[in-house]
Design a protein around this ligand. Structure first.
Ligand code: CP
Length: 317
């Protein structure tokens, strides 16, 4: 890890925009913060006096709660805004909402939005820090960071690992962020799905594309199983759910033929019996709940680094 690097970005918008060293700095900072959650008093004063606004235009359980817990463990004040109960319902634009939150003297906006690129647009139009908590099909950087953090914790490294991502690659911001992050850290990434769920030009990102799940799992050190996104299924392009489970579902039977210690990941929420069986989701190789726990430390690291960068920028005028 390169601990001499100083984080200079006021925002975290996607792993596409980060260097290998910046990703490693987030991971090593998260390592230091992980211990805080094991204390009796789970709090440090790093963001005391700062205000974090969680601005969510889409439903979320893990990400929203995890950011709130992370901000509170850093002693920040936290305000949650859901678009359904805000002036977004009266037609307020994203930029106007952002500028009003800025006028209320917040320091960081954590935003989930249904449009790809929304976080980039907001970051260009406000001075406060913007952290992307998932934008459309584009990126979900903190999910990929917590996936990579968990993988590294389990297997001791990322470089040289074979990581298979299975499922709805076409509509997945989690897949995109994982591909950027894993590739930058030297992992070999395979994506596996029926052709209809593979986006065009995916091989330009340096991944191997397979349609046969058993071939994709054969040499895998880890498999990240994506959620089937039924709410985005506008054209009924998906294979039927049972057919999907038969052809791509991760089952104990399939795991008999792969590396004994394969790490099973899922960003959640899981569709049990479609993406994987319950035996696999709750089995010995699954790290799904460890991913959720690690999300707190990773998000503490991200909030801390972007706040520090913004403070450094304003002190330099
Ligand atoms: N993994 C994830 O983003 O879950 P939520 O939609 O519940 O935040």
């Amino acid at each position: 890890m390169n601990n001499t690097l100083v984080w200079t970005k006021k925002d975290l918008l996607g792993l596409e925009y980060l260097t290998k060293e910046e990703i490693e700095l987030i991971l090593s900072t998260a390592d230091s913060f992980k211990e805080v959650s094991t204390r009796e008093i789970k709090k440090v004063p790093a963001l005391r006096g700062k205000t974090v606004v969680n601005l969510f235009y889409e439903p979320s359980t893990r990400t929203r709660v995890s950011f709130e817990v992370a901000a509170k463990r850093l002693s920040a004040d936290v305000i949650n805004i859901a678009s359904e109960t805000s002036s977004v319902k009266k037609g307020e634009t994203l930029i106007d909402t952002g500028r009003n939150i800025q006028a209320l003297k917040a320091d960081i906006i954590v935003m989930r939005h249904n449009y790809s690129g929304a976080a980039v647009v907001l970051a260009r139009n406000v001075d406060l820090s913007v952290v992307n908590a998932g934008d459309g099909w584009h990126e979900h950087p903190t999910q990929a960071l917590l996936d990579i953090f968990t993988l590294k914790e389990k297997l001791g490294k990322i470089s040289g690992l074979n990581v298979t991502i299975v499922g709805d690659i076409a509509h997945s911001r989690v897949a995109r962020s994982n591909i950027w992050g894993l590739a930058k850290l030297g992992a070999h990434v395979t994506v596996c799905a029926p052709q209809v769920l593979i986006p065009p030009a995916i091989d330009e990102l340096g991944v191997r594309v397979l349609h046969d799940i058993d071939a994709a799992l054969k040499d895998a050190d880890a498999v990240n199983v994506l959620r089937m996104q039924f709410e985005r299924d506008e054209e009924s392009a998906f294979p039927k759910q049972m057919e999907y489970f038969q052809n791509y579902g991760i089952t104990q039977e399939r795991l008999k033929k792969v590396k004994k210690n394969i790490v099973i990941m899922h960003p959640g929420p899981i569709n049990r019996g479609i993406e994987m069986s319950s035996e696999v989701a709750d089995g010995a190789n699954s790290v799904i709940l460890e991913q959720v726990t690690n999300g707190i430390a990773v998000r503490m690291a991200v909030l801390f680094l972007v706040a520090q960068a913004r403070d450094n920028k304003s002190s330099q005028g």
